[in-house]
Design a protein around this ligand. Structure first.
Ligand SMILES: Nc1ncnc2c1ncn2[C@@H]1O[C@H](COP(=O)(O)OP(=O)(O)OP(=O)(O)O)[C@@H](O)[C@H]1O
Length: 573
């Protein structure tokens, strides 16, 4: 619960005012049975109308004051809890934005959405409940016990025995509840994850007609959520009536012993009646305390999940070094890297190579050989297990992350576009880019012609993730976004795979014309690789070849195999 300190601090005045009003309201509630006993014993019994009137008016005034305090604490409780929840959601979101890649790999997006919504909501409700009943219930409970003892010590023995039994019941139910509630939260995660995965792959599901499997997957997650929720509610289902039963047995016993005492002249009827009212107040407050404890148990589970996000590792801040201008030399020196959330096996093994400023490097190799990983490492998304990467001789680990990422532009393997205009999507690569710069980048990426044919040209709106563009069009907008930055290093991660061969050659020429920086082209196509100044061949994370096309054809078995499989054999025919 330590993570909430800063929010409590921010709202402490409102929070404490709310608590004060709850205390005053509880005092008003506590005074009422005693006033009532006075009306019966001092007024009704002796037939004194003035006493009845005096205590009657006092009781009305106390009730009215209690109602005002209740309204004020409700207003404050909703204000504090909602602001508290909004601040928490904002902090969780801010944290997600600066997540390191290894943090992002650890918590899946379905779970993050549940934590942002369901878990923060749970905490908001708890704060609200805490301000409304958490303080009131113990005060009412303890106050009622004290006032009941003052009314009759002997009858209080029954009352204390009943309270002791109920306390034991509360402790046992809390212990049983905690694990069950934690399981409910994880089951909600699973339901969200299934829905999210379906929405992302909806077209694929339709194309393969896999509705049945998706329904089955959802059904299983949904059923698991329902059964876990039932299991968690089973605890309340059993323990709540047990507590009521205990207190009601106490009430019956008090009625019995109260009658015996009354018959012997040991107590007045008004006192027995007030005693019973206190007993009912104790029952109500114990039920409230149980509800709060149940809420507390859920909130504890939610808090752990939120704390996991808030305490996650952040992206690297870097130490701050000057921005790079002009093309930059890139060097990998004995780099070994394994994904923190991966199998433990390195994705890159003892990799060394160097390319000069302004040169073009092609990276080729079988699928899963570590090509995209190499791109992520150039952007310092992960720390290396060993070795170093240098940009113009500077270790990127010591560079300011912002500066580094400004110096390296990336067109990723999977083109990711945002909802907004085409212009917004390209300018995303360089905030403040002029119209001319945007058109120039789009022309180089062979995107200008199809954008110009769109009804509103560069102002045409793209749906979520660019749904209204073809795969090849998306790739070209994504390349334009990287090109507009004119960065010292440009990395193209297999981002022309959806283009036909003629368009791809045009894109390559456009890039060469516009981009003076160093270029790293990750590709599966030998025709793309063979034009580069240097070619790096990867296999299972290792460098198995590094040189020009001719050198590799003569010296690298895997490169030759790729060449033969794609075009070599055609030439031979
Ligand atoms: N986020 C990740 N967490 C754990 N392991 C990963 C992650 N991303 C990739 N890997 C693993 O690292 C290895 C290299 O993957 P990488 O994506 O770099 O290959 P690639 O050569 O780009 O493949 P492809 O040509 O299919 O895109 C693979 O074994 C892959 O399973």
């Amino acid at each position: 619960m330590r993570i909430y300190g800063k929010y409590f601090n921010k709202y402490k005045v409102l929070f404490l005012s709310g608590v004060l009003f709850v205390l005053l309201e509880a005092l008003c509630d506590l005074m009422q049975p005693t006033i009532m006993s006075r009306i019966i014993d001092d007024g009704i019994k002796s037939g004194q109308m003035s006493v009845i009137l005096h205590y009657g008016l006092t009781m009305l005034a106390v009730t009215a004051a209690g109602a005002c305090f209740a309204a004020l604490r409700n207003i404050l409780a909703s204000r504090v809890s909602q602001n508290f929840g909004a601040d928490l959601r904002e902090d969780v979101f801010k944290k997600i934005i600066v997540f390191s890649e290894s943090s992002a790999d650890k918590i899946d997006s379905g779970s993050l959405i549940t934590r942002m919504t369901n878990d923060t909501n749970q905490i908001t409700q708890f704060i609200n409940g805490m301000m409304r009943i958490f303080v009131k219930a113990p005060v009412t409970c303890v106050g009622s016990i004290i006032l009941a003892v003052l009314l009759s010590v002997r009858l209080s023995l029954v009352l204390l025995a009943a309270v002791a039994v109920v306390t034991v019941l509360i402790v046992i139910s809390m212990r049983l509840s905690y694990k069950r509630f934690a399981k409910v939260q994880y089951a909600i995660d699973k339901v969200n994850a299934v829905v999210q995965e379906y929405l992302l792959g909806v077209r694929l599901v339709k194309a393969f007609g896999r509705y049945g499997d998706e329904e089955e997957k959802f059904g299983a997650a949904n059923e698991s959520l329902a059964s876990k929720s039932i299991a968690s509610q089973l605890v309340i289902a059993w323990f709540s009536p047990l507590m009521s039963l205990t207190i009601n047995i106490g009430i019956v016993l008090i009625l019995f012993f109260g009658s015996v005492l009354f018959a012997g002249g040991g107590i007045e009827v008004g006192r027995v009646s007030a005693f019973l009212t206190y007993m009912t107040q104790i029952l109500a407050s114990l039920i409230m305390i149980t509800a709060v404890f149940n809420m507390f148990v859920r909130t504890k589970a939610s808090t752990e999940r939120i704390a996991e996000v808030l305490n996650s590792e952040e992206d690297f801040p870097g130490g701050g070094s000057g921005a790079i201008t002009g093309p930059a030399a890139l060097e990998f020196k004995s780099v070994t890297f394994a994904y923190p959330a991966g199998s433990g096996l390195p994705a890159i093994r003892d990799l060394s190579f160097e390319i000069g400023a302004g040169k073009t490097l092609a990276v080729i190799g079988p699928t899963g050989s570590g090509k995209s990983t190499l791109a992520w490492l150039c952007l310092h998304f992960y720390d290396l297990n060993s070795g170093a990467i240098y940009l113009n001789g500077a270790d990127i680990k010591n560079m300011d992350t912002g500066t580094l990422r400004e110096s390296v532009a990336l067109a990723p393997q999977k083109s990711m576009l945002f909802s907004g205009t085409v212009r917004d999507n390209i300018a995303w690569g360089k905030p403040g880019a002029t119209k001319e710069e945007i058109i120039e980048a789009a022309a180089a990426a062979q995107a200008d012609s199809f954008i110009s044919r769109m009804p509103e040209g560069y102002e045409s709106f793209l749906g979520q993730a660019g749904v209204n563009l073809s795969g090849g069009q998306k790739q070209r907008v994504s390349i334009a976004r990287a090109l507009v930055r004119k960065a010292p290093v440009l990395i193209l991660d297999d981002c022309t795979s959806a283009l036909d061969a003629v368009t791809e050659v045009k894109v390559r020429r456009g890039i060469a014309r516009l981009n003076a920086g160093t270029v790293v082209i990750i590709t599966q196509r030998i025709t793309t690789a063979m034009n580069a100044d240097m070619i790096l061949v990867l296999d299972n994370g290792r460098r198995v070849g590094f040189g020009s096309h001719r050198e590799l054809l003569a010296s690298c078995r895997i490169y030759k195999e790729i060449f033969d499989s794609q075009i070599g054999e055609e030439f031979m025919r």
